[in-house]
Design a protein around this ligand. Sequence first.
Ligand code: DQQ
Length: 572
Amino acid sequence: MVSPNSSTIFLFLLSLLLLINNGVQAFHKVYPHLQSVSVLSIGAQHRTGYHFQPPKNWINDPNGPMYYNGIYHFFYQYNPKGSVWGNIVWAHSVSKDLINWEAVEHAIYPSKPFDKYGCWSGSATVVPGKGPIILYTGVKDEAQNQVQCYAVPEDPKDPYLRKWVKPDNLNPILVPDKEVNGSAFRDPTTAWWSKDGHWRILVGSRRKERGVAYLYRSKDFKTWVRAKHPLHSKGDTGMWECPDFYPVPLKNNLGLDSVVDGKQVKFVLKNSLDLTRYDYYTIGSYDKDKYVPDNTSEDGWGGLRYDYGNFYASKSFFDPSKKRRVIWGWANESDTTDDDVLKGWAGIQAIPRTVWLDPNGRQLLQWPVEELDSLRGKEVNMKSQKLEKGVNVEVKGITAAQADVEVKFSFSSLDKAEPYDPKWVHAQDACDHKGSKEQGGVGPFGLLTLATEKLEEFTPVFFRIFKDQNKHVILMCSDARSSSLKSKLYKPAFAGFVDLDLTTNKKISLRSLIDHSVVESFGEGGKTNILSRVYPQLAVASQAHLFVFNNGTEPITVENLKAWNMKSANIK
Ligand code: DQQ
């Protein structure tokens, strides 16, 4: 595959960003005339049943997720006054199972000179023997200059930690020195403690167009000093928002708390790229305050992504109750700002995902937290179903607009795989050219989700296998182009490659969480994941159908499919 140099990609992405801005909402842009607009109608048929979303208004980044004294806490960026970005506070919900939630008072909102213009993203650290501390970004002026601030629960014994205080003698806890760009200085990470007696955090930034994760150290969590060198940086990647840094064990799929020493771990550094609004990560090693990505982990635009769809500003936390690491990610709308105002709401959170290192050591695996299974209702099955070219078979008997589907496909030969065109630099280029309607060799095969009976609308999630010199390339697509009869929607053919050797075992699996306006899919046990936001006009409620399909000449077998009606989560 051709690999253009990074500045060409950077310029390309910049122009792309300008072009698609009517689809993906422009960020940190204030819409004064759209705040406090009364709601005309609600997009009820597109509200989700089991993805996290509040009853109304705008939400964005997940903030400070943590488990404390038997309760999960989830905070998120929220506009209490409207369904566009602005007036940002930390809304707060609590849960015992990560699926059903109860809202409590806003935890952090502008109340001090250092956060008068917004309380932006940040993280929680549970300090042993002391309790939780939140570090967040305060915006102190109209020019959006940023400082880091400190908040603690007013009453650590309150199980819901309803009230948070910002001690005046400490705040702001961290201000940019003259070498740091003060309007690009935000989103502190969870702190980790090292044997040298220091806490450490990262703060996202940029120097010109170089993305930077600044490293700060503190002995007491109060006075923070910037390390001479950032933990890591990368040219031409633009602003690094919401950095996240954590260890993953080499030998098992458990999560680890903060950063531990030892050889049995790898480290993950994730950054959210403001220019394109996607989360990319590398796997590497961490020693003497330097992080070095492995040579199997591309560092930059071509790097691995948590999700190849609509998933941004993610944040992980260690869950000590189940010894796992869980990530949250924000899925923005892909309709217009005008539609969001009409609906009265915008933004959902992806289902929390357990994350661990793939035994191949080259990438992460992600899977919906096991608690989600408690919402599974009626189950239907399909077994040993052969799919010849051009065949769609309906999965009948479930509520296809709110469902969970797991399917394993197999086939007997790779001989018919089509050649991979080297002009397709990114997976999305391949999917743009080779959609589900283009007949192929091995694939396209997969699911047609949120489909009308006669396929006037459908969102296909599928695989397609190509030959590329000495290897096979497995493409996974979640293609919104036919998802809705409505125009003026952002309808991308999201795609990623799946790192899998199909030569001996010709099987591949897919799980899709379908929830009215979201199709969140996990390819091959969470190797490649894609979340799409879609707004069908006809394939809604009981008019939504689900099919398995094959449009390649190689026959495909559905070895086993299980689909469940999903109950709605209790999100108060
Ligand atoms: N959202 C927050 C910022 C962060 C951005 C503001 C990422 O702190 O950088 O709402 O979506």
